[in-house]
Write a protein that binds this ligand. Structure first.
Ligand code: ADP
Ligand code: MG
Length: 234
């Protein structure tokens, strides 16, 4: 699903650099990215999604070399192939919950908004328990509800690849479990490939694979088996 080779990335002339000699995520995998704050986890999600491009190396997603596509093609690729749940949810305050969920369809002509899509949005909202809040604005939602809106929006297009950034970061334990159940049930049923950044070690056992960013800057990928994270690292 995702194949990374010889990737090097920097923001301008800054000190931070991300070096990943090789990393692959197989179809249908559930992968957690862990590592200290500032180690480049969000950056790598953005590279996989084609939001940013590497300095050198390739990022291939679903057989498409995203890193070398021109801007317009990368945007189309992202909107049709990748579902994204951002760290800060990125809900638009001036839109209703329903319109936030439908947003991808308003952003790109590759997607067309019809009654079937609206129906799907409603049924997703139903499923995650926010169907009675579709007319509200995000500021009148709890954190857990906001996160569920973000998840509905990310999966509305039925993307083969779902990228989530700290999906449980701002949630209390009850909402954390709820959001994770929603995510993992969805991924299992629709055979979506999931890559999720997290610093919550308690949830790692849910993932098929854990990739640790601590060693990306020196030796490459360090792998930890789920549930074994305590003594993990290279
Ligand atoms: P993580 O998600 O692992 O906490 P990030 O990928 O967000 O880490 O950031 C990695 C490094 O890049 C950090 O040092 C951060 O300050 C820097 N960084 C992130 N985004 C930008 C940006 N848009 N411009 C410049 N530096 C950035
Ligand atoms: Mg981050």
């Amino acid at each position: 699903m995702v194949r990374i080779e010889g990737l090097r990335f920097r923001y301008g002339e800054g000190d931070f650099h991300l070096d990943i000699p090789e990393l692959q995520v197989e179809d249908g995998d559930t992968t957690a990215f862990i590592g200290p704050s500032g180690s480049g986890k969000t950056t790598l999600l953005n590279l996989i999604a084609g939001i940013i491009r590497p300095e050198t190396g390739r990022v291939e997603t679903r057989g498409v070399e995203v890193s070398s596509l021109p801007d317009a093609d990368r945007r189309r690729f992202r909107i049709t192939t990748v579902g994204l749940v951002f760290q800060e949810f990125e809900l638009l305050e001036y839109l209703s919950v329903l319109d936030n969920i439908l947003l991808p369809y308003r952003l790109h002509s590759a997607l067309s908004l019809d009654s079937e899509v609206r129906e799907r949005a409603r049924s997703l909202a139903e499923r995650v328990g926010i169907a009675d809040k579709l007319d509200r604005h995000p500021r009148r939602l709890s954190q857990g509800e906001r996160q569920r809106v973000a998840v509905c929006r990310a999966v509305l297009t039925d993307p083969p690849l779902l990228l989530t950034d700290e999906p449980t970061g701002n949630l209390d334990p009850v909402n954390r479990e709820r959001v994770l159940d929603i995510l993992f049930d969805y991924v299992r049923e629709s055979r979506t490939t999931l890559v999720s950044v997290t610093h919550d070690h308690e949830i790692l056992s849910r993932f098929g694979r854990v990739v640790d960013f601590r060693d990306f800057h020196s030796t490459g990928v360090a792998e930890v088996s789920p549930g074994d994270e305590e003594g993990g690292g290279a």
